[in-house]
Design a protein around this ligand. Structure first.
Ligand SMILES: N[C@@H](CCC(=O)N[C@@H](CS)C(=O)NCC(=O)O)C(=O)O
Length: 277
C-alpha cells in the first residue's frame, strides 16, 4: 500500500450514490490528518485519491501534484527542487515550484483539486473541502451550525499544533519540562471543552449528529494518543504522561463511540489498536 498510488475504499465502493467530486492528497502515510478527509469522503460520496509513502521515505519523493519517488541521481543538493525541511522532516525535501505555488506553506497533507492547479492545505481545511463536496450534511445544516463547527475546528487546530511540537520532541527524546507543562495545559484546555460539549450532546459535538467537528476530534486525539508509545521513556525521565486514565470521561466516551462507527474505524481502528505504526 505504501510507495504507490492507491485509492482507498470510499463512496465508490460503499454507496450507490454518484461520485460528486475528486481530490488528490499527497502525504506521508499512515496519517490521521489525511483520514479526516477520507472519513468525510467515505460518508459523503467523495472520491479521494491518496498518494504517499512512509514518513522517512517521503523525503526521497518529488513533492508535486504528480508526486513520485526520486531516483538516487535526482536527489542532489543542487537540484532545483531541493529545499530545507522545516517541520517534522530532517534535512532536505524536494518540492517543485508548482507544488509551492499551490501549497505556499509547503506542508503535507497537501490536497489538490482534480486539475492539480488548486492546492488546499491544513488538514481541517481539506476536511472542510471534502465535506462541502459531499452529500452527507457533515458541515452543518445552517450557516450558524457551520460556524459552530468552525469553532471546534479552530480549537482543535490550536491543540493539534501543540501536540505536533510535543510528539516530534518525544520522537527526538528531547522534551523539556516547559514543553511538557505547555502540552499538559493545551491538552487539559482542549479536552475540558470537548468534555463539556459532549456531556449533553453524545450524538455529536454540533447539531445532534456526526459532523466534521467530530471527525477532526477523533483523528487529532487518535494521533495524540500515540503518546503512550513513549510512556517508558517519560517515566525514565521522572515525568508523568499528559494523558491520564479516567480524566475527561465524556470526551473519551465520545472518542470511543466515534471509533465504533464503521466509516471511522475503516481508517482509524488499526492505528488506535496499535496494529498500524
Ligand atoms: N496543521 C497542519 C500540519 C502540517 C505540517 O506541519 N506538516 C509537516 C509534517 S508533520 C510538513 O509537511 N513539513 C514539511 C517541511 O518540513 O517542509 C495540518 O494539519 O495539515
Amino acid at each position: 500500500m505504501y510507495g504507490v498510488r492507491f485509492v482507498p475504499r470510499t463512496a465508490r465502493a460503499d454507496r450507490a450514490t454518484a461520485i460528486v467530486s475528486k481530490f488528490r492528497i499527497f502525504s506521508y502515510l499512515p496519517n490521521p490528518r489525511v483520514w479526516k478527509a477520507t472519513i468525510a469522503g467515505r460518508l459523503g460520496g467523495v472520491d479521494i485519491e491518496i498518494v504517499g509513502d512512509r514518513p522517512k521515505a517521503l523525503a526521497d519523493w518529488l513533492w508535486d501534484f504528480d508526486a513520485r519517488p526520486l531516483a538516487d541521481a535526482e536527489r542532489r543538493a543542487d537540484s532545483p527542487h531541493a529545499r530545507p525541511a522545516r517541520r517534522g522532516f530532517g534535512a532536505t525535501l524536494y518540492k517543485t515550484d508548482a507544488f509551492l505555488e499551490a501549497h505556499p506553506f509547503g506542508t503535507v497533507p497537501a490536497a489538490f483539486d482534480s486539475s492539480g492547479t488548486v492546492g488546499i492545505f491544513e488538514s481541517n481545511s481539506i476536511l472542510r473541502a471534502v465535506a462541502r463536496a459531499g452529500n452527507a450534511d457533515l458541515y452543518g445544516r445552517t450557516p450558524l451550525e457551520a460556524s459552530r463547527i468552525d469553532s471546534f475546528l479552530d480549537s482543535g487546530l490550536v491543540f493539534a499544533r501543540e501536540a505536533q511540537v510535543y510528539l516530534l520532541a518525544l520522537q527526538a527524546r528531547d522534551v523539556s519540562t516547559e514543553l511538557l507543562a505547555r502540552m499538559r495545559d493545551a491538552y487539559g484546555f482542549y479536552m475540558a471543552g470537548i468534555d463539556a460539549a459532549v456531556a449533553h450532546a453524545p450524538a455529536g459535538l454540533v447539531g445532534g449528529g456526526l459532523s466534521i467537528a467530530d471527525i477532526a476530534f477523533v483523528c487529532d486525539l487518535a494521533q495524540f494518543r500515540r503518546e503512550h508509545r513513549f510512556h517508558g521513556w517519560l517515566t525514565e525521565q521522572g515525568q508523568e504522561p499528559v494523558i491520564q486514565p479516567g480524566a475527561y470521561a465524556h470526551a473519551l466516551a465520545h472518542f470511543r463511540r466515534l471509533l465504533a462507527q464503521p466509516a471511522i474505524a475503516a481508517d482509524l481502528a488499526d492505528y488506535v489498536n496499535g496494529t498500524t505504526s
